[in-house]
Write a protein that binds this ligand. Structure first.
Ligand SMILES: CC(C)(COP(=O)(O)OP(=O)(O)OC[C@H]1O[C@@H](n2cnc3c(N)ncnc32)[C@H](O)[C@@H]1OP(=O)(O)O)[C@@H](O)C(=O)NCCC(=O)NCCS
Length: 163
């Protein structure tokens, strides 16, 4: 029932401010003006979510390529989630699931088989949510991943889902 209230839409220059607001209200990390500008080029890998026509959530991802420098690849090996946020008042209503399902479908359409996300190690709810959605937490922690962002205990988990 609730899912009928949820719709997804493309990011356009007119709603770039909405993406900024949602990210800055929800996430402890910040993104540069260039990052937001580049988001406009992300096509189907960036989406805004609306609940009853109110913008309440957003996901932004990018294709990633093999980091094996001896075999640099032009074929994407994964889709990396750069930002993913739903306003607190609208969490637990299916908005995040709708955004993730759409990204998974887009990933599969590109014949890419891996979704990847960094999650701040203090964000236990975020880790639990990703696990519920089938992501596996890698054993190694990325030490200091969020250091430049000034986060207390800046380590991150890498979470991966096979598509
Ligand atoms: C993670 C986040 C994007 C999920 O969005 P959401 O709209 O709240 O998620 P949904 O309502 O679609 O979640 C639905 C499911 O997750 C479950 N769920 C919600 N919060 C949960 C939690 N903290 N732990 C485990 N399960 C959770 C719900 O019970 C529901 O389960 P079901 O599908 O089996 O019925 C959102 O909570 C958020 O913005 N969190 C803060 C930022 C963040 O952590 N971002 C991701 C990491 S960077």
């Amino acid at each position: 029932m609730a899912r009928k209230l949820i719709s997804l839409d493309d990011l356009t220059p007119n709603c770039l401010g909405v993406l900024k607001t949602i990210n800055s209200v929800v996430l402890p990390t910040s993104y540069t003006a260039e990052w937001y500008q580049e988001s406009l080029e992300a096509g189907e890998l960036v989406k805004l979510a609306y609940y009853s026509e109110i913008p309440v959530g957003a996901i932004k991802a990018k294709q990633v390529y093999s980091s094996n420098t001896s075999k640099p690849s032009t074929v994407p090996t994964g889709v990396y989630i750069e930002s993913f946020a739903v306003l607190p008042a609208y969490q637990q209503k299916g908005v995040g699931s709708a955004l993730l399902e759409n990204l998974e479908a887009e990933t599969a359409k590109r014949f890419i088989h891996e979704l990847i996300a960094h999650v701040w190690c203090e964000n236990t709810a975020g880790v639990a949510w990703y696990e519920l959605k089938g992501f596996i937490k890698k054993d190694e922690v990325e030490k200091g991943y969020y250091e430049a962002q000034g986060l207390k205990n800046p380590d991150a988990y890498v979470m991966v889902k096979k598509i």
